[in-house]
Design a protein around this ligand. Structure first.
Ligand SMILES: Cc1cc2nc3c(=O)[nH]c(=O)nc-3n(C[C@H](O)[C@H](O)[C@H](O)COP(=O)(O)OP(=O)(O)OC[C@H]3O[C@@H](n4cnc5c(N)ncnc54)[C@H](O)[C@@H]3O)c2cc1C
Length: 508
């Protein structure tokens, strides 16, 4: 059975699904529909099907499912199965100025694949499968709509290789979605973030022009166009295929767990381990609140270390990790390594989000990168800024990815509005993001590490990038997509269809 997107939450089922935003909806007329059908791509106008594909796992939009609402509704779903069909579809939409929102697994958590201005929802899940594997160079060529779990299963079973990209959402998301969002797997300390894994891309531009980027281990032939499209979130082009670096399947694994008197002491151990040149596959440091919630460890920070790979390398990595944890920090002590097993067993369980949102909680996560020098201060400032929002019941963090120069901090927050109204829920959600993000940017953090910008973070882009960089990005957008059809309203980019309808100015 081919993998399909997993719906984020059930609708109440009391009414026909409607749109929460009142942004103008661009229709697709009969003449355009005929042309789209002539490409060979499947075209769907069924309302329920459109409602199903017009949403992702953005937690705010999940709160609207109880009122049978999605953020916005596309006018039509167009589902190509080949890169050529993608090019034909885009050419037709470009000529008629029809907005096109690329969507695949729809597991994004920032509203990136929500069709804000109607038009075409370009469902890329039909572009699936491994096209070829070069075993000598360990490069795999894969179509963009291939779901992560299916991809890894086939690559491991048939070729004895792994790409090693394991987001928590591996079964919910596709290769193209990983690339479009600049994603990170849970073991990316060892295997790299998706931008490190890419050798080359196949891309279709808004007017149907096709191109390939990259293609070499390294090269010096102008700027790296791979990196232009990675993280572009469907706004600059549609990724139809990719060449990715693979690895032999690990022959050895190692697990250890440590407690630290403070989060800051644990973070310092992660810094020392990484700066000694080690990249254990996972170094996950939980602050005391998060550790106690998951592992009942009391008032200490907890570091879980998991490594895999060649036996000799893993043995050396274990020795160095142990030295840095045991010898480098006063008060650090070993914990039972079965805690790592517990994490491995539950790490892809995504059921809690729907359960909490259905009970009226506002809940979300905010991941960002910060240099080691600013990490301690940023951790406390952002956590406390979110915790101070009235209605917030918990704000905590873990350190999920380490680099020689900094790390990713992954904040989690949950709360409940005093009045269980839609307006109060939205206000609480907005306040958490506004307070947390402005504190993070003030303290030198990045806007995101791997979830991306989408709609939810679009309003912070100028502050995060600076006016000059945003102007450059806007110029690139105009050059590659002069009619502004690709994923309008996202990434903070201006477009011809109107203002993005978020943040919500008033209760509609
Ligand atoms: C429970 C849960 C856990 C998660 N854990 C992780 C994690 O560990 N690491 C991580 O990085 N992310 C994680 N995510 C976020 C999400 O899974 C990723 O952003 C993922 O990469 C999205 O892939 P997708 O196929 O679902 O893309 P979609 O949600 O369908 O689309 C996301 C964005 O990419 C664009 N897009 C999709 N495909 C293409 C394409 N082929 N060409 C151009 N643009 C395209 C869309 O327009 C949209 O802007 C998690 C999400 C959930 C719900």
């Amino acid at each position: 059975m081919p993998a399909e997107p997993t719906p984020p939450i059930a609708f109440a089922g009391a009414a026909a699904i409607s749109a929460r935003f009142d942004s103008p909806v661009v229709g697709v007329d009969d003449a355009a529909l005929d042309l789209l059908r002539s490409t060979g791509a499947a075209v769907t106008l069924d309302h329920d099907a459109i409602a199903g594909v017009s949403r992702d796992w953005w937690p705010l939009a999940m709160t609207w499912a109880g009122a049978d609402q999605v953020a916005a509704l596309a006018a039509a779903i167009v589902a190509p199965t080949t890169p050529e069909q993608v090019a034909d579809v885009l050419r037709i939409c470009h000529e008629r100025a029809i907005p096109v929102t690329p969507a695949a697994g729809r597991s994004g958590v920032v509203g990136g694949s929500v069709p804000l201005f109607g038009g075409v929802l370009l469902d890329l899940c039909g572009l699936r499968g491994i096209r070829s594997v070069d075993p000598g160079s360990m490069i795999v060529d894969v179509l963009a709509g291939t779901f992560g779990d299916v991809f890894e299963e086939q690559l491991q079973a048939e070729h004895g290789l792994t790409v090693g990209h394991w987001p928590q959402s591996v079964a919910l998301s596709t290769v193209g979605g990983w690339l479009a969002c600049r994603g990170a797997g849970q073991l990316s300390n060892r295997y790299g973030k998706i931008e490190d894994i890419v050798v080359g891309l196949d891309v279709v531009l808004a007017d149907g022009t096709t191109l390939t980027t990259g293609g070499h281990a390294r090269q010096s032939a102008g700027p790296d166009l791979n990196q232009l499209f990675i993280g572009s979130e469907g706004t600059l082009g549609v990724i139809t295929g990719a060449r990715l670096r693979a690895h032999r399947i690990a022959t050895a694994t190692q697990r250890s767990a440590w407690s630290f008197p403070t989060f800051e002491a644990g973070a310092d151990a992660c810094r020392r381990i990484t700066q000694r040149g080690l990249a254990p596959a996972a170094l996950r440091l939980y602050d005391a609140a998060e550790a106690d919630r998951s592992y009942s460890t009391g008032d200490v920070a907890v570091l879980l270390v998991f490594d895999e790979g060649d036996e000799e390398i893993v043995r050396a990595a274990t020795a160095i990790t142990d030295q840095e944890c045991a010898g480098g920090t006063a008060g650090a002590s070993p914990l039972d390594a079965s805690l790592v097993e517990k994490w491995l067993g539950h790490r892809n369980d995504v059921s809690s989000l729907e359960a909490l949102i259905s009970r009226g909680y506002v809940v979300d996560t905010m991941e960002l990168t910060v240099a080691w020098a600013q990490l301690d201060a940023l951790y406390v400032t952002v956590r406390d800024a979110i915790a101070a929002v009235p209605g917030v019941m918990a704000a905590s963090a873990h350190l999920s990815h380490s680099y020689t120069d900094g790390a990713c901090l992954y904040f989690t927050f949950a709360g409940k509005p005093v009045e269980p109204t839609r307006a109060a829920t939205e206000a609480l959600y907005m306040a958490c993001w506004n307070e947390g993000t402005s504190a993070a940017l003030r303290m030198g953090g990045s806007l995101s590490h791997h979830h991306g910008v989408g709609l939810n973070r679009a309003r912070f882009m100028v502050d995060a990038l600076g006016a000059g960089a945003m102007h450059t990005l806007t110029s690139i957008k105009r050059a590659l997509d002069p009619h502004g059809i690709l994923n309008p309203g996202k990434l903070g980019l201006p477009g011809p269809f109107g203002e993005a309808p978020f943040p919500i100015e008033e209760d509609a």
